[in-house]
Design a protein around this ligand. Structure first.
Ligand code: IPM
Ligand code: MG
Length: 359
């Protein structure tokens, strides 16, 4: 049966990088028998401009009907001054919540060809392959109450709430244990249990769930230490599971270990494996429209989409191999370039991946 992929290019560099990822899907369709149709929709600032909301009804219908979603990036300075509910990021949070995409998988894999692009010494990052499992539907991102209020003395106070129910903790840590089982069977739960009650409960629940996964070695780490360990000795980690905010921060940190945030894909899954796939970088308004952006994170997001939502592990592997091959050929966009190299543009990089796929 033909499966439906909803493509949401978004803002900034989103449309450019998604164009290259769509070329990859087209190639798989034409050359490798992938049975999908692509439909396009609006999310983020472009949706505000055209339809008056960052996650409009029309997109919501499309998203619910799709088998998988491919997203570029959302946001940009022209929308920063809008009322909070109209900001592009709210659209992203709304689609994550609406589709209950609670499990965010963010692999950080260092391609050996890019060891020199990492800010860390090659011996610290060589062979790096870790997975951050970030809770994506709860925690302080969604907790109520939230807002900015005026106190009696006229001073304003901003507040948010970090809150997790046992059931929310349980479902994300189970995803992480399962993922660890398919990897090196090591799971590190990151929290702030020395200060936060919500983390105390998190630890208790994961301890309970761990009994169902005796074959996975569970450890705990405070988030401040985890940030330090990620730059000190990142290869100690296999799978990390953590809350929404901590995962947001640690995944950017992990991304930088691999040389460029322009290389890392992500998957946000619901409990049936339906998912939205996006690069973990943002919309990079400073380079938007210049044809300089690295499309590889989006192309690697296509690989995750094939693996997790379309059950096409072989095609996913082919895409990943094709990316490896273009790196072997020495092709580099600006963000992953070593000194003395000449960068290629977004389109040339996408074309090279397609060519490698046809080999
Ligand atoms: C991410 C992004 C988003 C987040 C922003 C754009 C709302 O930083 O996906 O990591 O904080 O979740
Ligand atoms: Mg982030």
């Amino acid at each position: 049966m033909t499966q439906k992929i909803l493509v949401l290019p978004g803002d900034g560099i989103g449309p450019e990088i998604v164009t290259e990822a769509a070329k990859v899907l087209d190639c798989l369709r034409q050359e490798h028998g992938l049975d999908v149709t692509l439909e396009y929709g609006l999310l983020g600032g472009c949706a505000v401009d055209e339809l008056g909301a960052p996650y409009p009804e029309a997109t919501r219908h499309q998203a619910r009907a799709a088998d998988a979603i491919l997203l570029g990036a959302v946001g940009g300075p022209q929308w920063e001054k809008l009322d909070r509910p109209l900001r592009p990021e709210r659209g992203l949070l709304a689609i994550r919540a609406d589709l209950e995409l609670f499990a965010n998988l963010r692999p950080a894999l260092l391609y050996p060809q890019l060891a020199a692009a990492s800010a860390l010494k090659p011996e610290i990052v060589a062979g790096l392959d870790l997975l951050i499992v970030r809770e994506l539907n709860g925690g302080i991102y969604f907790g109520e109450p939230r807002g900015i209020r005026v106190l009696e003395n006229g001073e304003r106070e901003g507040f948010n709430t970090m809150v997790y129910r046992e059931s929310e903790i349980e479902r994300i840590v189970r995803v992480a244990f399962e993922a660890a089982r398919k990897r090196h069977r090591k799971l590190c739960s990151v929290d702030k249990a020395n200060v936060l009650e919500v983390s105390e409960l998190w630890r208790e629940v994961i301890g309970r769930v761990a009994k169902d996964f005796p074959d996975v070695a569970l450890s705990h780490m405070y988030v401040d230490n985890a940030a330090m360990q990620l730059v000190r000795a990142p290869k100690q980690f296999d799978v990390i599971v953590t809350s929404n905010l901590f995962g947001d921060i640690l995944s950017d940190c992990a991304a930088m270990l691999t040389g460029s945030i322009g290389m890392l894909p992500s998957a946000s899954l619901d409990r049936h494996g339906k998912g939205m796939y996006e690069p973990i970088h943002g919309s990079a308004p400073d380079i938007a429209g210049k044809g300089m952006a690295n499309p590889l994170a989006t192309i690697l997001s296509v690989a995750m989409l094939l693996r997790y939502s379309l059950n096409q592990p072989q095609l996913a592997g082919r895409v990943e191999e094709a990316v490896g091959r273009v790196l072997d050929q020495g092709l580099r966009t600006l963000d992953i370039m070593a000194s003395g190299m000449t960068p290629v543009g977004t389109q040339a990089m996408g074309d090279a991946v397609v060519a490698a796929l046809m080999e």
